[in-house]
Design a protein around this ligand. Structure first.
Ligand SMILES: Nc1ncnc2c1ncn2[C@@H]1O[C@H](COP(=O)(O)OP(=O)(O)OP(=O)(O)O)[C@@H](O)[C@H]1O
Ligand SMILES: [Mg+2]
Length: 306
């Protein structure tokens, strides 16, 4: 925690207030694209916020608004406010915001430029003026964490999609940001790679109190990692709450084109058939809830003596 101006606010605090954004028109004469509208949320250090929404709902635009690229590099019209600590992303230079917010882009090819993996990872800390000895340590730790240490000297252009995605995550980790924004970081990863990323994010939260904003199309990952989940549709937050609260609205999510975690669907069907109130999202909780319910109700087990 440090003092910024008159108030004490941690650099990892993210405040988004009534954010609306329009990209400039593609061609003169066309209407501007309203990508975000009326978005508000608040994340303290150590919190993980999940963003879930269909294609074109504004997820990537929201990520870019968190590090100042929107609107500083894109142009367009912005309303409302995005604060990283006491810094407004509307006016604070992007280069300085990078010392607090690291963004893992949806497309790793957009952030990697074909250098060696170690150079890709060193790039961010070098720009932040981190001393070379420390950069070396950060490269090692970051590559190790995401399981690509063996590719250290290889060119990033010679890696698979999943490997590139891991390198892009390592590059963000090496910046040791107060706020880590990840835009579909596991889209190209196999289940093992996805689990490794989930483990890294959990460690960052518990050990470094990193604030994490996670966009993903993986409902199980959202259920496992996030405290608050925002559902975006056409640039607006149409539902928010804990993953349990949000995923209890299966029909609404499916109407939006989104899929709840498979076990949330099981809970929903049981609730409809048995008039129960199951809200489990993961395997251990499902087993526990069902065992408890069956123990309490011998009838439900079809007890032949009853
Ligand atoms: N540079 C741009 N200029 C104009 N419009 C844009 C630009 N980038 C995105 N858009 C539009 O803004 C809206 C939100 O796009 P965004 O990329 O934020 O969606 P998304 O939820 O990340 O989608 P996806 O799941 O496909 O990644 C879409 O209508 C898109 O066409
Ligand atoms: Mg996107």
């Amino acid at each position: 925690m440090r003092r910024e101006g008159q108030t004490t606010i941690a650099p990892g605090t993210v405040i988004v207030r009534d954010l609306a954004f329009r990209y400039p028109p593609w061609r003169p004469g066309l209407a501007p694209v309203q990508a975000l509208d009326g978005i508000s949320f608040h994340a303290e250090p150590g919190h993980t916020i999940g963003i879930y929404g269909t294609g074109g709902s504004g997820k990537s635009t929201l990520c870019l608004a968190l590090n100042g690229i929107v609107p500083q590099a894109t142009g367009g019209t912005i309303r409302g406010e995005v604060m990283i600590g006491a810094w407004s992303t509307r006016t604070h230079p992007i280069a300085e915001l990078a010392s607090r917010v690291a963004l893992v882009l949806q497309d790793p090819d957009a952030s990697l430029i074909g250098r060696s993996v170690e150079d890709e990872v060193a790039f961010g800390p070098e720009n932040l003026g981190v001393p070379p000895v420390e950069i070396e340590q950060r490269i090692e730790t970051a590559l190790d964490r995401v399981g690509v240490a063996a590719y250290r000297s290889r060119r990033s252009s010679q890696l698979s999609g999943g490997e590139k995605q891991r390198v892009a995550i390592a590059a963000a980790l090496a910046m040791q940001p107060a706020v880590l924004v990840l835009d579909e970081p596991t889209a190209a990863l196999d289940p093992q790679g996805s689990a490794a990323v989930a483990g890294v994010l959990r460690t960052l939260v518990t050990e470094k109190r990193t604030t994490i904003i996670l966009v993903t199309q993986d409902p199980d990952l959202l259920a496992a990692l996030t405290e608050e989940l925002l559902i975006l549709d056409a640039g607006r937050v149409v539902r928010r709450g804990t993953p349990r609260e949000v995923f209890a609205h299966g029909a609404e999510l499916r109407r939006l084109g989104l899929t709840p975690p498979p076990l949330a669907n099981v809970a929903e069907q049981l609730n409809a058939m048995l008039e129960t109130n199951f809200t489990f999202l993961d395997h251990p909780t499902a087993v526990q809830s069902l065992t408890d319910a069956l123990r309490k109700s011998p009838l439900a087990l079809g007890d032949p003596t009853s």
